[in-house]
Design a protein around this ligand. Structure first.
Ligand code: D41
Length: 673
């Protein structure tokens, strides 16, 4: 017999267990960066909890992980007074300002070599989150420092913000302070989605974060990829164990709060300057934007001794980096033809310093991008350069447009060969239809073939290839290997010595590798990672050439588009002829042992963290395992290598701490060779 009362308590217990489990997984994901289950498994737990709560609405506690979007949109944000004022930070604009700050601190404290807690200065929005009895009660923007706007409903939608604290060590009231940001990878995704939906794109992650947080309808915020990282405490800070700033992150993490990475303790002005420089040189590789670093006197008692002036503490300073955005003028918009015929509008700019680098060009991606931004020759524009990305125009300064400036139009014929420009329905890219008859495409494909990561033919630069092509000496990559010393020596800026060097480089390039050769062929959408996967899967050129689309689809990471491209390329009679001539010229690679005998990486233990561009984790794992390596989920003393992509997490920090060798994607590919 079923007892409905028992059923009820069982459900209550199951729901509470699910909540705890989901919170634990959130913590592992957002704070430890060490997820224990897959996204699908997480979703299943989440759905089960939702089901239980739907069946019995009284079960749904306000701090349940399912309750992240609730309330209907408000008419306006309410004003909230901060329990403790949110002070501002004094700025240093160069190393000299920083030395002056350290001198003032040293003098007041009466000793040299002051210890500082050094940390990143995130370029986001400062917020305060108040927990009462461990439960998220109120969140507010910084505002003027004494009061801000109530953004509780919005902050609750951020998955990395715990709705309840993990530890019972927290005092009755605890105010956590930190920054709301959007990571660079998430920002790119957000703008892509915005553009596809015909909505406006954001100029930079900071604007996107601000626009997303300050939504009266929190359901909109919930759809935006916001992150939160804590840097300090307000009310309740006395409860923190430890007597220094540098001990705070560990406690915040214990409470379940994600914290800013790369914090360090440094000594004196020299230590601060060294940190400022080291972080500056890594700034482009960080997963989010920073506008500087912050130095805080480490000891709490020394902080107290120093006190504050008006609204900023005397014990902290922000040191800024040069802005990653600047203003300049578009001299012209030109159209470049790439190796695959894609026509890319490029803005030629008046040279301008952005983030410490002189920028003279900005990509405009494609025609619709130019029209959407409405960039015209002569316009004054804002240019942004962040991360490893190519400089981009973030916006046109409308007031400064020259009256009558004509809008950009994509040419209907290729600017290089005059062939008609083609467009595939649903694709933004316009392409030259001339194929390898288009000199731009032919020259680019020869340069690609000779590239360092392809056949690595030293000294075959663009000027030389252009000359060889224009004189009709080299029309395709196979022609390279028929060049003679006499022909080469007669070219401009070329003597017998350099001709010999080029012939020697061509000769050396014949000792190759199957994956390099496949990559060098320049099949559309076949990058290094795909070429390596094809080589590992098929083991011989013959087998790649004769593979059916179905067989190609069995290769990790190869989908229908790439499978179709490889198949089509290999079936083309002209391509087969060129490949035949290349092999006849003597290009060779070692034949793999085909699974017998120990792999090159036999028994080695790898850990993967972060995103490897163009290679999924499954593909990386398959390539490693094919060579006898093991892939593990966590870093330990037994780990041989950590492969770190974009947005690596604490696994990378742990690798550094344990002295484990760290590889980027490039080094991984080299090792796989
Ligand atoms: O990452 C930041 N943006 C950051 C901001 C940080 N790492 N530390 C900060 N520390 C402070 C003090 C020292 C005043 C508690 C801050 C800020 N303030 C701050 N953010 C916005 C205004 C002030």
């Amino acid at each position: 017999m079923r007892n409905p009362r028992h059923e009820g308590t069982r459900t209550v217990r199951r729901a509470e267990r699910l909540r705890r489990e989901i919170e634990e997984h959130n913590y592992r994901y957002y704070v430890l960066d060490d997820p224990a289950i897959s996204d699908a498994e997480y979703d299943a737990l989440f759905r089960e909890l939702q089901e239980l709560e739907r069946a019995q609405p009284e079960l749904a506690a306000a701090d349940s992980p399912t309750q992240r979007v609730g309330a209907a949109p408000a008419a306006a944000f309410a004003e909230v007074a901060h329990p403790m004022p949110m002070l501002s930070l004094e700025n240093a604009f160069d190393e000299e300002d920083l030395r002056a700050f350290d001198r003032r601190v040293s003098e007041r404290l009466g000793h040299e070599n002051v210890t500082y807690a050094a940390e990143l200065k995130l370029d986001g929005l400062a917020v305060s989150i108040v927990y009462r009895q461990g439960q998220l009660e109120r969140a507010a923007t910084r505002g003027d420092g004494s009061s801000g706007e109530d953004v509780t409903a919005n902050i609750r939608t951020i998955r990395s913000v715990p709705l309840r604290l993990r530890s019972h060590q927290a005092p009755a009231i605890l105010e956590v302070r930190g920054e709301v940001i959007i990571r660079r990878a998430d920002f790119a995704g957000l703008n892509r989605t915005q553009a596809e939906a015909g909505r406006k794109t954001f100029a930079n992650p900071r604007n996107a974060a601000a626009g997303s947080l300050r939504q009266l309808d929190a359901r909109i915020t919930a759809g935006r990829p916001l992150s939160f990282l804590a840097y300090g405490l307000g009310a309740g800070s006395e409860a923190a164990p430890g007597r220094s700033q540098s001990q705070l992150p560990a406690w915040l993490r214990k409470l379940g709060m994600p914290v800013t990475p790369l914090a360090e303790r440094v000594s004196g002005a020299d230590g601060c300057i060294d940190y400022y420089r080291r972080i500056g040189s890594r700034r482009a590789q960080l997963p989010f934007d920073i506008d500087g670093v912050v130095f805080k006197v480490d000891s709490f008692s020394e902080q107290e001794q120093l006190g504050s002036v008006t609204r900023a503490p005397r014990w902290a300073i922000a040191t800024k980096y040069p802005p990653e955005e600047a203003r300049t003028r578009v001299v012209a918009i030109e159209v470049q033809v790439g190796r695959t015929g894609a026509l890319t509008p490029v803005a030629r700019l008046e040279p301008v310093l952005v983030g410490g680098v002189t920028v003279t060009n900005a990509t405009l991606h494609n025609e619709s991008e130019v029209l959407r931004k409405d960039v015209r020759a002569g316009d004054t524009v804002n240019v942004r350069r962040a991360g490893d990305v190519i400089p981009e125009i973030t916006g046109v300064v409308g007031e400064l447009r020259v009256p009558g400036a004509p809008a950009f139009v994509m040419p209907v014929t290729c600017p290089e060969c005059g062939s008609p420009v083609e467009r595939t329905a649903g694709e933004a890219v316009a392409r030259c239809g001339g194929g390898l008859h288009c000199p731009a495409q032919a020259i680019q494909s020869i340069l690609h073939f000779a590239g360092r990561r392809a056949m690595d033919i030293d000294k075959l630069g663009d000027k030389l290839v252009e000359q060889l092509f224009e004189r009709g000496l080299v029309r395709n990559v196979a022609d390279l290997y028929s060049l003679g010393a006499g022909t080469l020596a007669e070219l401009d800026r070329m003597g017998p010595k350099s001709a010999q060097n080029i012939l020697a480089a061509l000769e050396r390039s014949k000792q190759s590798r199957l994956e390099r050769f496949l990559f060098a062929l320049g099949i559309r959408d076949v990058g290094e990672a795909t070429a390596a996967a094809l080589a590992a899967h098929f083991g011989s050129l013959d087998r790649v050439q004769n593979a059916t689309v179905e067989q190609l689809l069995e290769v990790p990471d190869v989908g229908p588009v790439v499978a179709g491209r490889v198949h089509e390329f290999m079936r083309d009679r002209r391509n087969r002829e060129i490949i035949g001539r290349l092999i006849a010229a003597g290009i060779r690679w070692p034949v793999p042992a085909n699974g017998v005998g120990p792999g090159a990486l036999d028994g080695k233990i790898f850990v993967l963290t972060g995103t490897l561009s163009g290679m999924s984790r499954d593909a990386a794992r398959a390539l490693l395992e094919a060579r006898g390596a093991r892939v593990s989920g966590s870093v330990s003393g037994r780990t041989d290598y950590v492969v770190a992509g974009l947005n690596p997490g604490t696994k990378l920090e742990r690798a550094h701490a344990l002295g484990v060798t760290v590889l980027d994607k490039q080094k991984l590919l080299e090792l796989l060779r």
